[in-house]
Design a protein around this ligand. Structure first.
Ligand code: PGA
Length: 251
């Protein structure tokens, strides 16, 4: 019922030439994949050029961040209308690296979610606990608050284009993936929270992605879980072959 979303987050990797080389190699490999959405979130400066290569293909593009105002004197920032005009359809919001390294808060995430929706960009809102929070037994409390605050004021219309990514901070870039059952437990909880704030119907349609050391050799078991509706992939999305294998997970 929920169409899987397989998303790559390139972070601060790949200049324009490398990005274009990836796109030319990758697009034909996944041309026949249907019933799954494929999304790549490159650095801002590559979005427009990649949009030309991916035009008419089944590969979508997204930003990795967005400012909450549409325009203004905000040196160094990029707005939702700008992302949209460059060819993006999605945007990652509140990635843990932005929260940890750039001071993003749930309130800031919320403003960005509303800004994206105003421009018809689909937000992919990231949540997840740190290792010390998990060890202190606070995972569900932390994730629940991130969801409630980050999605404050979201209506039914916003809910229909939203995706949530559960990315335990201890699993990102560490090679330490959450086991499928750990991920499923948190995903099911996230769906309960979504149901509480947006209603059961909307919650049953929202895609909840898992992220954190997703690789070709663990994607199949993760995607087998009932509440894992896709993945958000960092390192393993940088090579066409490994991201192809992840897109073509066996479900
Ligand atoms: P990773 O990153 O796959 O390299 O762990 C995931 C992410 O940060 O979105």
């Amino acid at each position: 019922m929920r169409r899987p979303l397989i998303a790559g987050n390139w972070k601060m990797y790949k200049g324009l030439e490398e990005a274009l080389a990836f796109a030319r190699a990758f697009a034909p490999k996944v041309a026949h994949v249907d019933a799954r959405d494929i999304l790549i979130c490159p650095p801002f400066v590559a979005i427009h050029a990649l949009a030309q290569v991916f035009a008419g293909t089944n590969v979508l593009l997204g930003g990795q961040n967005v400012h909450h105002e549409d325009q203004g004197a905000f040196t160094g920032e990029v707005s939702a209308p700008m992302l949209k005009s460059a060819g993006a359809t999605h945007v990652i919001i509140g990635h843990s690296e932005r929260r940890q390294l750039f001071g993003e808060t749930d309130e800031g995430v919320n403003r960005k979610v509303h800004a994206s929706l105003r421009s018809s960009l689909s937000p992919v809102v990231c949540v997840g606990e740190t290792l010390s929070e998990r060890e202190a037994g606070l995972t569900l409390e932390v994730v629940g608050k991130q969801i409630e605050r980050g999605l404050h004021g979201l209506g039914q219309e916003g809910a229909s284009s939203l995706a949530v990514a559960y990315e335990p901070v201890w699993a990102i870039g560490t090679g330490r993936t959450a086991t499928p059952s750990i991920a499923q437990e948190v995903h099911a909880f996230i769906r309960e929270v979504l149901s509480k704030i947006l209603g059961p119907q909307a919650a049953s349609r929202i895609r909840i992605l898992y992220g954190g050391s997703v690789k070709p050799d663990n994607v199949d078991e993760l995607m087998a879980e009932p509440d894992i509706d896709g993945v958000l992939v960092g390192g393993a999305s940088l090579e066409p072959e490994s991201f192809e294998r992840i897109v073509k997970y066996r479900g």
